[in-house]
Design a protein around this ligand. Structure first.
Ligand code: IMP
Length: 201
C-alpha cells in the first residue's frame, strides 16, 4: 500500500520517514511523483491548508491514501503568529535565518515567562478526493533568547523545550519525534490506518 505525503519539505520528509519506518506501507513525498501538483497555501488555519494539500493531491492520485500536512509555530505573546505564515514570516524572500531573527526581535525585552509557544501539526487523510479523517499534534515550549543547536530545521534553534532544558535543535531527530507535534499527529494517523486497512505497525 502506498501513502503519499503532500509535502516537498525534505526536513519534514526526513522526520516522517523515521516516524513511519516500521510501518508496512510505502511512504512517498510529492517530489517522488510524476505529476506536478501546484498547491496554493492560502488557508487561514493549518487545517484549511492541510485539507487543500490532501485534496489537491488526491485529485491527481485518487486510488492512493494521501496525507496533507501543515504545521507551524504559534507564539502566545504574538497572538498566535507566525502561525500559518511560519514559512514566510520575514516576507517575500523569507528564509529560516531571517524568520528566526524576526521572531527574536519581536520578542526583544519580553521575559522568558511570557514567551510560551507551541508547534502545531495538522494532518488530513484523504482518499478518492474525500477527506477521511483529521489528526492533530501539539508540542509546547517557549522561545529562547538566542539561537542554540544545529539539528532540526525551521524554528528549532530558538524553540526551547523545558523538559529537555535544550532547544529542539540540540536534541536528536529520534528524541524530537517522540515529543513533537508531527510525531504525535503521525502516531494518531498510524493507529487509525492500522485499523481501517487491517495492517499493524
Ligand atoms: P509548511 O511546509 O508550509 O507547512 O511550513 C511550515 C513552516 O513551519 C516551516 O517552514 C517551519 O518554519 C515551521 N515548522 C513546522 N514544523 C517545524 C518543526 O518541527 N521545527 C521547526 N519549524 C517548524
Amino acid at each position: 500500500m502506498r501513502i503519499i505525503v503532500a509535502t516537498k519539505n525534505q526536513d519534514k520528509v526526513k522526520e516522517i520517514s523515521k516516524i513511519l519506518k516500521r510501518c508496512p506501507y510505502n511512504v512517498v513525498s510529492l517530489s517522488a511523483l510524476r505529476k506536478k501538483i501546484y498547491i496554493r497555501e492560502d488557508g487561514k488555519t493549518f487545517e484549511e491548508n492541510a485539507v487543500k494539500k490532501a485534496l489537491a493531491v488526491s485529485k491527481g492520485y485518487p486510488k492512493d491514501y494521501v496525507l496533507g500536512e501543515d504545521s507551524g509555530l504559534s507564539v502566545e505573546y504574538l497572538n498566535g503568529l507566525p502561525g500559518v505564515y511560519s514559512k514566510r514570516y520575514s516576507g517575500k524572500n523569507a528564509n529560516t535565518f531571517k524568520n528566526n531573527k524576526k521572531l527574536l526581535k519581536a520578542l526583544e525585552g519580553v521575559p522568558l515567562s511570557k514567551r510560551d509557544a507551541a508547534y502545531k501539526c495538522l494532518l488530513v487523510l484523504a482518499k478518492n478526493k474525500k477527506v477521511l479523517k483529521v489528526f492533530e499534534g501539539e508540542c509546547r515550549g517557549r522561545i529562547n533568547n538566542d539561537f542554540c543547536g544545529e539539528n532540526g530545521f525551521g524554528y528549532d534553534p530558538v524553540f526551547y523545550l523545558p523538559e529537555f532544558k535544550k532547544t529542539a535543535a540540540e536534541i536528536s531527530v529520534t528524541a524530537k519525534n517522540k515529543i513533537s507535534h508531527r510525531g504525535k499527529a503521525f502516531r494518531k494517523f498510524n493507529s487509525y490506518i492500522s485499523k481501517i486497512a487491517g495492517i499493524k505497525c
